[in-house]
Write a protein that binds this ligand. Structure first.
Ligand code: TXA
Ligand code: MG
Length: 360
């Protein structure tokens, strides 16, 4: 594709950054890497440019965007007031994978926040994203650069596959570091609430500001309690294949997965699995398409590889993916959340889940 520019991830070429900045100033769409996933960026203060993001992603207009900022001063200019916890957390975790939701100022167009009185902001750590923010001097609205409902892109190729020519420029700096999105923390509630677990863990946040809650949408009760964050639709981050989750002790998971894999094979279903190294000897003979993220407990590696594994298994044409579900601690909470969303609500009947799939 001729809209893809290779950029050095550590020392981004200035000319490439300038080209991207010019496009953004003109109301264009630029996909760029952050430390979490690739974002689809536009000038956050330009409602027309922001509308193009929604069109390209086929994102429903009720789902608000994250605004990426260069520094605290820019964040201040987009908020009505910044609570003290905002500054404390920014000091500790910015630049980095923490998004904070606060009351918005009038400068932020309603198109960005989907008409909500609050705005979500973060300062990314990736050199390409930082330089782009510095070069444009603009706040950049950027959701993950995937089609709505699909796994977030952790490589530029994923952006090309999902969005292709609807983007003016794709800055390709190779795979992203973390692989799951930022933590979205709502500071308009007290205590603050994690609306989406991500790169900064609950434990890390609590060490700095004390107790935070985890919104029920993230827990195992999605169907029961409704959606706390507008972006938290039930089936999200999903591969085309059906996702089945296995939770528990390692050996127990391996045995149950093996039984399921044999059953599926006997019925002629092309099956994939995402597991850890220790399970390989047991599963790689029965399952055609296995992918291991690393050793049991290396949940950061799971986070980094999950979305790419979904896309690879889809391209291999599997109809079902058996996945290890990590415990709800550290970065495991974010991986768990993405897996549960990919599987859809466990309370939805299977027939309904099948119908939802493939829509986006
Ligand atoms: O790591 C990330 O956060 C990536 C990179 C590109 O920065 N971005 C990202 O954006 O994941 P997106 O749009 O895919 O997810 C943003 C999430 C959505 O769940 C959305 O509903 C929520 O943040 N959000 C945005 N503004 C909000 C607001 N005012 N109140 C509550 N939730 C909000
Ligand atoms: Mg997204």
């Amino acid at each position: 594709m001729n809209n893809v520019l290779k950029v050095n991830p550590n020392f981004p070429q200035r000319v490439h950054i300038q080209k991207a900045a010019t496009l953004l100033r003109q109301g264009g769409l630029v996909a760029f890497p952050t430390e979490t996933v690739y974002g689809l960026g536009a000038d956050a203060l330009d409602p027309k440019a922001v509308a193009r993001i929604f069109a390209a992603k086929q994102r429903p207009n009720w789902d608000p965007l994250i605004v990426h900022v260069r520094d605290l001063a820019m964040a201040r200019s987009l908020a009505k007031t910044l609570p003290a916890t905002f500054e404390t957390l920014a000091e500790k975790f910015w630049p980095g994978p923490l998004t904070m939701v606060v009351e918005k100022s009038e400068r932020v167009p309603d198109e960005v926040t989907a008409g909500r009185p609050s705005v979500a902001m973060r300062m990314p750590r990736h050199p390409v994203a930082s330089l782009l923010l510095a070069e444009t001097g603009l706040p950049i609205a950027a959701p993950s650069a995937n089609k709505f409902g699909r796994p977030s892109p952790t490589r530029a190729e994923h952006v090309v596959d999902d969005l292709g020519s609807s983007v003016d420029l794709i800055l390709d700096a190779g795979p992203t570091l973390l692989g799951v999105e930022s933590t979205v923390l709502d500071l308009t509630q007290s205590p603050p609430a994690i609306l989406r677990p991500g790169g900064v863990t609950r434990e890390e946040l609590e060490a700095v500001i004390g107790p935070v809650t985890v919104a029920p949408s993230v827990a195992d009760e999605i169907a029961e309690k409704g959606l706390a964050s507008p972006g938290m639709s039930q089936q999200h981050y999903a591969p085309v294949a059906r996702v089945e989750l296995f939770e528990g002790a390692m050996d127990d998971i391996a045995n149950r997965m093996l039984a399921r894999a044999i059953d599926l094979r006997n019925r002629g279903h092309r099956t994939g699995a995402i597991i850890c190294d220790e399970m390989m000897p047991l599963l790689d003979k029965t399952t055609e398409f296995v992918s291991s993220f690393g050793k049991w407990g290396q949940w950061d590696r799971y986070a980094k590889r999950l979305f790419a594994a979904f896309r690879v298994l889809d391209s291999q044409g599997v109809v079902i993916i058996l996945c290890l579900l990590p415990p709800a601690e550290g970065i495991g909470l974010a991986v768990r959340d993405r897996l549960q969303r990919a599987a859809g609500s466990p309370r939805l009947p299977r027939s309904e889940r099948g119908e939802e799939r493939g829509k986006s």
